[in-house]
Design a protein around this ligand. Structure first.
Ligand SMILES: Nc1ncnc2c1ncn2[C@@H]1O[C@H](COP(=O)(O)OP(=O)(O)OP(=O)(O)O)[C@@H](O)[C@H]1O
Ligand SMILES: [Mg+2]
Length: 506
């Protein structure tokens, strides 16, 4: 009998949702002991394909084989029992339960009818020791940071001793060290013969860690190749099916000297927060904010926006002091903020696209005692078009969109408020290359219209690609501001400058 080369084969998988053919002859073949990247634009069907494997969705047709034998898991429990584990794009943890309870939920070790806490603690500690993760397993999982919780979710999946591990955008909120740690864990697992399916929009990670790459577009299989025969340009081209020779739109305007916002000695009230930060934002400027995860970039913008309390310091807009005690007050002062966890905090899952788009801007649709349906529909349509949001209609519930497309809707909500000063926290995270380009264009457009944009990003190339200046945070303090032309923009060494500043107060 012929040896089976594949650990997993998914062939001709089809899945229809109301109004959307999410999978249309999708295919994936995973070899044991390898990392297989699954790539495609937002809404291409990556998560859906994996959910069909994991028993969350039932495929309409097609075949799934493990070791050559046909399987069709009826639910995640069933998949786990057969050696398939998955880390989801969205964290799904019970924050007020301990780390160990979160890890063993649904399969608590028992002593007779009772949960055996001692055994559970020991088992969890063994897993953590093997993976070299330092946590107190009895503490509530909610007391850990998002990135630590992400690592714990990965540890949980590993604890099932699965032979197939699916990681759906696992690094979106990890620090650089944690990413390295994860790659180390992945290497160990593949050495033991585990097959890993890895979904990510981060090109550099794929080139580094993946053995094979499968590309999907519009629910269809496009190609599968060894990574060594691919490069970033080929991958992008196949994903978007159009020419993307430029990753960044051209900058056509120069910010003036006019100061639109002046921040002086800003310090938050409660730790962890920013300390004594002073800077100016110019009219027409895109000001990047760089820093390591945990450098309090989010805290800086949140303190400006009033979603975190200010301890001391002043903020002037066009020379006039503003208090921005609450987000509501800040919005009245012309601010808008797109938060990093926009899917968790900004989304009304059971609202449709139109509702989620216009909700922050209802005032402007008032027509007498009513709201103008026509204006709301046409604005929603305009932004679906501008950001190329993939949705069957405006009436679709936002929860049924792919992760990246949900983000685009929330993003358009804040653009619609026509802000004077736009604060963006990782606006392109989880967004595919094509859509990133649209977002850069929108930012540059706003700047051109004389607005000011503060733009937090952990991706150096995009900071260098579109910002006029880059403010670098280090451990809650301002470490320095680097300027286009002078410090970057074609001059080699800019990345090193920024990286050195990031570590200044660590
Ligand atoms: N539960 C659902 N009901 C209806 N449509 C859905 C549902 N889940 C996904 N879809 C649709 O199926 C398509 C594929 O979505 P999927 O989440 O698989 O994309 P993805 O490739 O994971 O994208 P992303 O990179 O944004 O996470 C999208 O058009 C999405 O709107
Ligand atoms: Mg997805």
């Amino acid at each position: 009998m012929e040896d089976n080369k594949y650990l997993l084969e998914m062939i001709d998988i089809e899945k229809q949702f109301p109004g959307v053919k999410a999978l249309d002859h999708a295919q994936l073949k995973l070899r044991p002991g390898t990392v297989h990247a699954l790539m495609g634009e937002n809404g291409a069907g990556k998560s859906t394909l994996m959910k069909c494997l994991f028993g969350i969705y039932k495929k309409d047709s097609g075949s799934i084989r493990m070791d050559g034998k046909e399987v069709d898991f009826i639910n995640p429990r069933n998949a786990l029992d057969h050696g398939v584990a998955m880390v989801h794009q969205e964290l799904n943890q019970v924050l007020y339960r301990s780390v160990m309870e979160n890890i063993w939920m649904g399969r608590f070790p028992k002593n007779g009818p009772l949960v055996d806490h001692r055994k559970m603690k020991e088992a969890t500690e063994t897993v953590m020791r093997e993976l070299e993760i330092n946590v107190d397993v009895t503490k509530n999982i909610g007391s850990y940071t998002v990135s630590q919780r992400q690592m714990l979710e990965i540890a949980k999946a590993v604890s099932y001793n699965a032979r197939i591990l699916v990681l759906d955008e696992p690094t979106s909120s990890l620090t650089q060290d944690e990413v390295e740690h994860l790659f180390h864990i992945m290497k160990k697992l593949t050495a033991d013969g585990v097959g890993i399916i890895y979904i990510s929009h981060k090109m550099d990670e794929i080139m580094r860690i993946a053995d094979d790459v499968t590309i999907m577009r519009d629910g269809k299989w496009v190609s599968t190749d060894p990574t060594s025969s691919l490069d970033t340009d080929i991958i992008i081209k196949r994903m978007v099916n159009r020419d993307m020779s430029h990753r960044f739109p051209e900058k056509t305007n120069q910010p003036g000297d006019e100061v639109i916002m002046k921040v002086e000695g800003l310090t938050g009230k409660y730790e962890p927060t920013c300390h004594n930060v002073s800077f100016e934002l110019h009219k027409g400027e895109v000001l990047g904010i760089a820093g390591l995860v945990g450098s309090r970039r989010t805290e800086l913008l949140s303190t400006i926006f009033g979603s975190m309390e200010r301890g001391s310091g002043t903020i002037l807009v066009d020379g006039r002091e503003v208090r921005n005690r609450t987000p509501k007050e800040s919005i009245r002062n012309g601010f808008a903020m797109v938060t990093e966890e926009r899917r968790a905090t900004g989304c009304f899952p059971y609202g449709n696209i139109l509702f989620n788009t216009v909700i922050a801007n209802l005032r402007s649709y008032k027509k007498g005692p009513l709201l103008s349906d026509k204006a709301m529909a046409s604005d929603t349509a305009a932004y679906i078009d501008k950001l190329k949001t993939k949705t069957p209609s405006q009436k679709t519930l936002i929860k049924n969109l792919s992760g990246g497309n949900q983000q685009k809707v929330i993003f358009s909500r804040w653009l619609l408020t026509d802000p004077h000063i736009l604060l963006l926290d990782e606006p392109t995270r989880g967004i595919d290359v094509g859509a990133k380009y649209e977002i850069y264009e929108l930012m540059l457009d706003l700047a051109k219209q004389g607005r000011g944009v503060c733009f937090i990003s952990s991706e150096m190339p995009e900071l260098i690609g579109i910002c006029d200046r880059i403010l670098v945070m280090s451990n809650g303090q301002l470490a320095g501001i680097v300027e286009r032309g002078k410090d970057f923009g074609g001059i080699p060494g800019e990345q090193e400058t920024i990286m050195a500043l990031q570590a200044k107060y660590v």
